[in-house]
Design a binder for this molecule. Structure first.
Ligand code: DQA
Length: 149
């Protein structure tokens, strides 16, 4: 089982740190990437870390991951609630998928309560702030080891 993990981030997450900090906190996406890389080194995972505001780019990365990755960690941001296309792409990917949300989407507006991606995800983390990414990587390392063992 490949130890390569794609960490994919959807629209507006490039503005983390400046975007509604009372909801998403003060950390930037670069901070999150740095923390993810430090933990990945500890867990002996290799990372591809990407963000896009364009749905098709996220779909293309999922397609790339099909040939190479042992897991995907994805914060689809607003595409969570709208994108059948991202769900369809994830449904072509067999290894573990973990969905991450910085905020607790269930505590927010009703339109955030439905996630297309959750119908595919093996696990969902919401409301743990940016720490959710690190928890997702720990889970992924466990799942990859379980499959290897
Ligand atoms: C988010 C929650 C989504 O509802 C929202 O559209 C985002 C970020 C989160 O990380 O909490 O952009 O995925």
């Amino acid at each position: 089982m490949s130890r390569l993990v794609y960490v994919l981030n959807g629209p507006n997450l490039n503005l983390l740190g400046r975007r509604q900090p009372h909801i998403y906190g003060h950390e930037t996406l670069a901070d999150i990437e740095r923390e993810c890389r430090a933990l990945a080194a500890e867990l002996k995972l290799e990372l591809r870390f990407h963000q896009s505001n364009r749905e098709y780019e996220i779909i293309d990365w999922i397609h790339q991951a099909r040939d190479a990755a042992g897991a995907i960690v994805i914060n689809p941001a607003a595409f969570t609630h709208t994108s059948v296309a991202i769900l369809d792409a994830l449904n072509t990917f067999d290894p573990p998928v973990i969905e991450v949300h910085i905020s607790n989407v269930h505590k927010r507006e009703a339109f955030r309560h439905h996630s297309f991606v959750s119908t595919r995800a093996d696990g969902v983390i919401a409301g743990f702030g940016t720490q959710g990414y690190l928890l997702a990587l720990r889970r992924v390392a466990t799942l990859i080891e379980d499959k290897a063992g």
